[in-house]
Design a protein around this ligand. Sequence first.
Ligand SMILES: [Mg+2]
Length: 425
Amino acid sequence: MSTVARIELFHVAIPLPETFYPAWIPGFPQRENRFTLIKVTTDDGVEGYSAGTAMGRERAGLGDLLGPYLLGEDATDIGLVQQRLREISYLGWRNYWIEPAFWDIKGKLAGKPVCELLGAQPRTIRCYASTGEVKSAAERIEEVLKRHEEGFDTVKLRVHDADEAADIDQVTRTAAAVGDKVKLGVDANQGWRVTIVSDSPLWDLARAKRFADACADAGLAWIEEPLPMDAYDDLAALSAYSRVAIAGGELHSAGLPELKMMIERRCYHIFQPDAMFAGGIAQVFEVIRLCREHGLKYTPHTWTNGIGLAVNLHLVAASGFADELELEYPLSPPGWTVERRDAILEEPFVHQKGELTVPSRPGLGFTINQGVLGRYGHRFFNMDRKRLMWFSLRHRGLKASIEIDRRRKEKKAAQQAGAKGVAPG
Ligand SMILES: [Mg+2]
């Protein structure tokens, strides 16, 4: 058994080459690609990594939970990791982005890429170019043609204007100009509205229906997040009404239970859970199975960083949907570039004529660029068993620490005896 011997956490902030204005946070001048990086090391020296997108240093205290909850546990027991993250979620922290680090370890120990642990072989995946900023029709047409020249045959637009007519104008004019050679989708980013800087439009079912009609007439392939993520009744009504596929479900941090309910209610035609937010690899893999069972489709949101893209890439390879739908490839130069998106990786995921190849190396298949981590990262948490002991003594005192340690050992002994078929005493 490989146990969790050390947990390290890093704040990482990689500067962008130009200011990026994400459609989903109107008015916010984004200057950095920020995330929390976790490095888990086992007692036999295997390292697993994952990364959760961040606004700043909001996870500064997270280690106080992760250390005591995960150190000493079986690093390959994904069910146990899911249970620990669930326990942490009771306190208001939803951190399913951590779970893929344990798949990374599991794959490295087995000598297999994560997609193979999920039952599939590495393969090439067709991608769509996902734009990130709101633009006028003229600017958008130029951008779509540029992506098409680079090899993409599918591009996703963004609409986020207060004026409904401006949204429809961008979509219809772009489709009229390039729709014969490029398949187009559009993201309204209404799922998780953010108004921290500028105000943001708030769609209702009536507006979403009018937009769906316009997109159907323009020949678009899908509409993403046209309503709030928890507007279950309206989403189901819109999906029943729309002539264009309705997609969404990327950031459901409650994971499988909520997505299962939404699948059963047919809130979307295409479900897009991102494993970094919506329950980790294990829960999303079950969402994929449910989509298939209900005649619905899956292709994930991936707009975070190179590690998030890698995690979702393995799931797509194993999903059975890779030949039906393209995968999101975040690209919005000059602000959001592949080099800075994936800067933490030795080998960024550079598309080849609109395709990515799933890494075949064991685990998630990437290598952390230690130079970039050293330059743009700051390690704010580092705990092993010895440090955990001191942590426990300092925070709980000697008596409680000894008692906790004894009861944990008793639990492990009982579980091991149970596993061997001996009744625990
Ligand atoms: Mg989206």
